[in-house]
Write a protein that binds this ligand. Structure first.
Ligand code: PGA
Length: 258
């Protein structure tokens, strides 16, 4: 039987900065040089930057072989062809990405991505050797109506049905309640832990080993002063950071809390 506490101790933490459609090349240079100079990062924590597409090549050339991970915020569900304006998984891999977000709530809400498309992107990302970060989360109204678990389970199940539970062995999950994203209204550590534990239990019902291994990040108004309490929760393995990942001191503070 896998031992839950042992799994928790063995899971590395990941702090990921999702810049969304923000930032400049100058900020990227500044952020990367500060992160690479930082000597206080916990040994068990990896840091991942997710800048907009046009900055990926610059980021890759600044990082080179140093210990900072790179990923993208989105990818096409198509492998190649006549899809003007889209970016393929293979292209992302070629410019040095190791990770890619799928199912971010802004893609779901503002760009009409449904569970099927998100699951397809998850599969396409893995096929190109990328590690997808599957984002899930409920709206304020859904939480008020007691639907948090129903929504998160539906979003997770779509990927389990399409990719199979073993695929989570090469993926990351992120719980991001919509009401906490960009609002300054962070979920309390207890609220977040409750949903993270639910996600892990749901996976454990199918495969306990994978459930014990998969990293589950929390996202939604994480700041330097609330990160440590969130990341200390049993089933929270780091964070997906939006606004605060655009401020060097804030982001460094969050990484130190990793
Ligand atoms: P936020 O965004 O940290 O600005 O709330 C998180 C996210 O959308 O990934």
């Amino acid at each position: 039987m896998p031992n839950a506490q042992q799994d928790q101790a063995e899971r590395r933490h990941l702090v990921a900065g999702n810049w969304k459609m923000n930032g400049t090349a100058a900020l990227l240079r500044n952020m990367i040089s500060n992160l690479l100079d930082e000597s206080d990062l916990p040994a068990n924590t990896d840091v991942l930057l997710l800048p907009p597409f046009p900055y990926l090549t610059l980021a890759e050339s600044l990082i080179q072989d140093q210990p900072l991970l790179l990923g993208a915020q989105n990818l096409s569900a198509h492998e190649q062809g006549a899809h003007t304006g889209e970016v393929s998984a293979a292209m992302l891999a070629e410019v040095g990405c190791e990770y890619v977000l799928v199912g971010h709530s802004e893609r779901r809400e503002l760009h009409g991505e449904d569970d099927d498309l998100v699951a397809e992107k998850f599969v396409v990302a893995q096929r190109a050797g990328l590690r997808p970060i599957l984002c899930m989360g409920e709206s304020a109204k859904q939480r008020k109506n007691g639907l948090t678990e129903v929504i998160v389970k539906r979003q997770l199940q779509a990927v389990l049905d399409r990719a199979g539970v073993a695929a989570l062995g090469n993926a990351v999950l992120a719980y991001e309640p919509l009401w906490a994203i960009g609002t300054g209204k962070t979920a309390s550590p207890e609220q977040a832990q409750e949903v993270h534990a639910y996600i892990r239990q749901t996976i454990a019902a199918v495969d306990a080993r994978i459930a014990g291994q998969v990293q589950i990040l929390y996202g939604g108004s994480v700041k330097a002063d609330n990160a440590a309490d969130l990341f200390a929760q049993t089933d929270i393995d780091g964070g997906l950071i939006g606004g605060a990942s655009l401020q060097v001191e804030q982001f460094l503070g969050i990484c130190r809390a990793g």
